[in-house]
Ligand binder design. Structure first.
Ligand code: NAD
Length: 494
């Protein structure tokens, strides 16, 4: 596939695309061939200042004061427009990320759904009232907080950007999005869509650039009150340090090393479908991926063989090809990182069942075969660290307790998947697993009303449904005397 686009992107500040004060630019690539398909400005302090001023002005003068129903109507329109432009969005997202187009389409639908969902619930998660001794009516309302920095990763750019923008603006905040520098292309199209929907200028601003430069300026800015971050755990730590002196409120969605636990009594056909899909879809660059599969001893060899048979047939190819199941990884640097882990796995003594190499047919681009390791132990680096590529680590367990022990023996705690027909056992295990989200006999099917987020080093806080509103709003309690309750008197005794 040759690259047909060459985009010189700009920041989006106060409703207009603007050049940076900084002349530095950063190139982004087409992962199928690593040709440059565009570049972004590297946002600097001056750009961040301008964006914060615009966002703050819009927050104070207009957006936070607009009736919720009117805000929701506008946000609902973004959802409609995303579907109207879904063809173009899918194309640019696939060409910049390398994710197969059929999977990108599902992400674009989710992007539209994010706006629809938060537009619909915005007026339903408001406040609470308490009558106190019949003498007071005390009520608590949620209010927007101000300017939010939304910092997103490269793996599913548009979906994650909308996952943050939608609840942020539905609650009356304004924002500055810092898209990942490797995959910035769809963000500017989203800006146009949001503009077309009639969202006032300054509500969404985009500052492009490199994390350590542009993202760091944003995080340290005193005018930014909230930081919603999705990305690597170490980056999250750095962001928390940088925002400490301006006391930011954080939502952190970080890395994962998620187990799928497969018992011998499971519906193995369905478990196989799900395990393979959750390990290799989105090119394995998926935070909720079941990157570890824990298999009960008596079906261990058979289930590994079933996975092996299946992944030999995974269709690797151009992300724009409708039949492709596994596309190229996002960047050559990331391909090297994943390959390094594969080499480490071999050195550590894990058995490589399949893959581990560039597929022969693809001389250029960041293609990697679906990879399966077996006979891994929980001490191995490949079983403990997030690889974030199409690499599945298989391990054996003998008992329920051992499965729990292996699952929990990691710094991460994002998701887990349990496969068994014994529903009591599944619920017992679910209680013991140290993670934020668990699916029993299912791959990760999202219910947008439920809290999304991780435990341990996988995150802080939850987003999704009303939990997003907990993050994006501040409670204010207003206490009203209903009559003439007794007030203590001082200074009347002399
Ligand atoms: P990353 O941490 O390298 O970058 C994420 C974003 O942070 C980018 O926009 C980057 O420019 C910015 N950034 C980097 N340094 C910064 C700094 N010092 N200050 C401010 N911003 C900075 O992550 P990535 O490689 O883009 O994404 C992959 C990671 O994201 C994986 O660990 C994956 O598990 C995680 N992820 C988690 C979830 C979740 O919901 N928990 C979802 C998707 C991805």
């Amino acid at each position: 596939m040759s690259s047909k686009i060459l985009e010189e992107l700009k920041h989006f500040i106060n409703g207009k695309f603007e050049d940076s004060e900084n002349k530095d630019r950063f190139s982004f690539l087409n992962p199928s061939n690593n040709e440059v398909i565009g570049n972004i400005p590297v946002g600097c302090k001056e750009d961040v200042d301008k964006a914060v001023i615009a966002a703050n002005r819009s927050f104070k003068n207009l957006w936070s004061k607009m009736p919720i129903s009117k805000r929701s109507d506008l946000i609902y329109d973004i959802s409609r427009l995303i579907m109207k432009y879904s063809h173009e969005l899918s194309y640019i997202e696939a060409i910049n990320t390398g994710i197969p187009i059929t999977q990108v389409r599902a992400q674009i639908e989710r992007a539209a759904e994010n706006f629809k969902f938060f537009a619909e619930i915005a007026d339903k998660v408001l406040g609470e009232a308490y009558v106190f001794d019949d003498k007071f009516i005390n009520y608590a309302i949620r209010q927007p907080i101000g300017v939010a920095a939304l910092i997103t990763p490269w793996n599913t750019p548009l979906m994650l950007e909308t996952w943050k923008i939608a609840p942020c603006i539905a609650t009356g905040n304004t924002c500055i999005l810092k898209p990942a520098e490797w995959t910035p292309l769809s963000a500017n199209k989203l800006a146009l869509i949001i503009h077309e929907a009639g969202i006032p200028e300054g509500v969404l601003n985009i500052v492009h650039g490199i994390g350590e430069v542009s993202g760091a300026e944003l995080v340290a800015h005193p005018g930014v009150k909230l930081v919603s971050f999705t990305g690597e755990t170490v980056t999250g730590m750095e962001i928390m340090r940088n925002g400490a002196s301006t006391l930011k409120r954080y939502s952190m969605e970080l890395g994962g090393k998620n187990p799928a636990i497969v018992f011998s009594d499971a519906d193995l056909k369905r478990a196989l479908d799900a395990v393979v899909f959750m390990a290799y879809s989105l090119n394995g660059e998926r935070c909720t991926s079941n990157s570890r599969v824990l298999i009960e001893e008596k079906i261990y060899d058979d289930f590994i063989e079933m996975i092996h048979e299946r992944i030999k047939r995974i269709k690797i190819g151009d992300p724009l090809d409708e039949t492709t199941e596994l596309g190229p990884l996002v960047r050559p640097e990331h391909w090297d990182r994943v390959k390094k882990y594969i080499n480490i796995g071999i050195e550590e003594g894990a058995k490589l069942v399949y893959g581990g190499e560039r597929p022969e047919r693809f001389k250029s681009g960041n293609y990697l075969m679906p990879t399966l390791f077996k006979d891994c132990s929980k001490e191995m680096k490949i079983a403990r660290e997030e690889i974030f590529g199409p690499v599945l680590i298989a391990m054996k367990f003998r008992s329920e307790n051992e499965a729990i022990d292996i699952s929990n023996d990691t710094i991460y705690g994002l998701t887990a998947y349990i496969w068994t027909k014994d529903i009591e056992r599944a619920n017992r295990i679910a209680k013991e697993l140290e993670c934020g989200m668990i699916w029993i006999n299912s791959h990760s099917v999202r219910d947008l009303r439920t809290p999304f987020g991780g435990a341990k080093y996988s995150g802080i806080g939850r987003e999704g449904g009303r939990f997003s509103f907990d993050f994006y709003t501040e409670w204010k309690t207003i206490q009203v005397a209903l009559g003439t309750h007794k007030i203590p008197t001082f200074g009347l005794n002399r």
